[in-house]
Ligand binder design. Sequence first.
Ligand code: GLN
Length: 209
Amino acid sequence: MSGAPFIGVLALQGDVREHVGALTRLGADSAPVRALEQLDACDGLVIPGGESTTMSRLARIDGWFEPLRSLRAAGVPMFGSCAGMIMLADQVLDARPDQETVGGLDVVVRRNAFGRQVDSFEMDVDMPVLGERPFHAVFIRAPWVESVGQGVEVLAEISAGERAGTIVAVRQGPVLATSFHPELTPDDRVHRYFVDMVESRVERSRGSA
Ligand code: GLN
């Protein structure tokens, strides 16, 4: 079918089903990606939340890193939430020594950054690309973005309280990442934003074909 783009959700580990659900509700064609061959069909790819050290280990064992890097280098849009953000970061603080990432996002992220007392919390964040209404964000042992390189757009920061100014959503060209889990709340605006990124790339490449 030439209509809906195919957006795969990397299914090594994590909350795959929730992302597939959100994308499908928005009219995208979406399915878990469990085999390397499926990557060829992806117009976009989500790396879900979960546990980045486990994801990294499974990716290494089954040889996912190179194909994922090639997909990214080809400009296929990718969206990482939480552990997925860690997987897309060029540099990770408080990583396990053997932890590897796909990279592509010129940021330094810190794993489990919010600390034990506030393991998990929910908070409204302003994310102007989604419109004026704040986004209700769910954080679960979340990373934060400690610094960003040139060319990285900061899409959301914590706006109030002790952690005001902490960066929790970023985009660098075709790579989008959030510290929080938009797949766990009914507000679909982050997924909509990603589907739009995928659709505009598909349209551009059709136009130039
Ligand atoms: N703390 C996890 C990690 O390091 C991320 C948690 C999450 O994805 N909810 O991968």
